[in-house]
Ligand binder design. Structure first.
Ligand code: DAU
Length: 355
């Protein structure tokens, strides 16, 4: 009865829950199977609002568990994959690289293999898609004034995180070249918005300001990132999924480049506007930490011409002010969510989904 039965890995994560919600609400003719291991950054409750929708299923499982994976492919006769599940925090990868190798690289190969096996068993790769959501960090770092990354930029990752994602990129590419698996890859810049785990720059900064803690800025805050709002990520990802050509890669970018210290200052300004915080007092709380991230990438920037020219993506609709204001507003309105994360209560709730 469903024209597509899509396995989304990592649907309880930051970008995953936004994408799952969009798919479930906007494509009632597609079955959305959220396959998630509920590791520390997966929050099952993120999708409570849609969990009773008829075209949504949750399947607890790890991408490295080949038996559960093949059962899910067979039970639902999966037609398409959108692979988002990943360990994603660079600092954690510096402290402990192995989970990144396992989840991001090995897990991707298990998922590629499960898709290859199931679609081979079905008799054809025709009409199927395997969309791997990767990161601009696989391209390494650039300096001020350098040209932004294009799809043909070299794969020169610098952190264990980006190396694990880049390795998965190469396997995804190889599965297309070797087996003809219909793989599409995208490389996205830094996403910002609601439901981001509070270890990342934007939510961590908002939380530290609101809780009178030091506002931690690595080095001098001069590193630069390109920020894209979650709605724009979903829009771009849907474009790649629906219109992307197997064997191709597409960069997803917004043009919203911003130095870390400028982003922090924009968050302070927004909280001043919304809550009347004492801006000068908060600025005094900024703590510059040298060498907090060994191998710290200086700048990422994306050339998104290809996805616009070849797939007709309209481009990001939210500028950097929208990104910051909408994100701050979400966190102010969802302090209860933040508290559940910080207190660990979400883990107890996650446990009720592990069946
Ligand atoms: O570019 C896409 C990538 O963006 C994704 O692939 C990653 O999964 C995601 O984590 C993100 O990577 P970043 O390392 O750029 O994000 P993060 O929020 O950790 O850091 C952004 C910048 O802010 C980076 O230069 C380090 C700095 N930073 C970070 C934290 C957590 C601080 O100055 N203070 C902080 O407390």
């Amino acid at each position: 009865m469903y024209s597509k039965r899509i396995l989304i890995s990592g649907g309880c994560g930051f970008i995953g829950n936004h994408l799952v919600r969009h798919l479930v609400k906007n494509h009632p003719g597609w079955l959305i199977v959220n396959f998630d291991a509920l590791t520390y950054a997966g929050v099952a409750e993120n999708l409570k609002d849609i969990e009773n929708e008829p075209n949504y299923r949750f399947e607890y499982g790890d991408v490295m568990d080949e038996f559960t994976l093949s059962a899910v492919f067979a039970n639902y006769a999966i037609t398409d994959v959108i692979h988002l599940a990943a360990e994603s925090h660079v600092d954690r990868s510096v402290n402990s690289p192995m989970p990144f190798v396992f989840s991001n690289t090995v897990g991707t190969v298990y998922l590629l293999e499960a898709a290859r096996q199931w679609w081979t068993h079905e008799g054809t790769f025709e009409g199927h898609k395997f969309y791997y959501f990767s990161t601009d960090e696989v391209f390494g770092a650039i300096h001020s004034g350098d040209e932004p990354f294009t799809e043909t930029s070299g794969i020169v990752p610098n952190s264990p995180y980006s190396a694990s994602k880049a390795s998965a990129d190469l396997f995804a590419r190889a599965y297309h070249k070797t087996y003809g698996l219909p793989v599409i890859i995208s490389h996205c810049c830094n996403a910002i918005g609601g439901y981001q785990f509070p270890e990342k720059l934007a939510p961590a900064t908002i939380d530290r300001i609101l809780n009178n803690e030091s506002v931690v800025v690595y080095d001098e805050g001069l590193q630069s990132r390109e920020w894209i709002y979650t709605d724009d990520v979903v829009d771009a990802a849907m474009t790649v999924f629906e219109k992307g050509i197997p064997g191709e890669a597409y960069n997803i970018g917004s043009g919203n480049e911003c130095k870390n210290i400028d982003l922090v200052n924009m968050i302070i300004e927004t909280l001043w506007m919304r809550k009347g915080i004492d801006r000068d007092e908060v600025r005094k709380r900024i703590k510059y930490v040298a060498n907090a991230r060994p191998g710290h990438d200086f700048r990422y920037a994306i050339n998104a011409d290809k996805i616009k020219a070849e797939l007709g993506w309209q481009g990001a609709q939210n500028d950097i002010t929208d990104c910051v204001e909408k994100t701050v507003d979400w966190y102010l309105e969802n302090q209860e969510w933040v508290e559940k994360i910080k207190s660990g209560e979400y883990k107890t709730i996650n446990d009720t989904y592990r069946y």
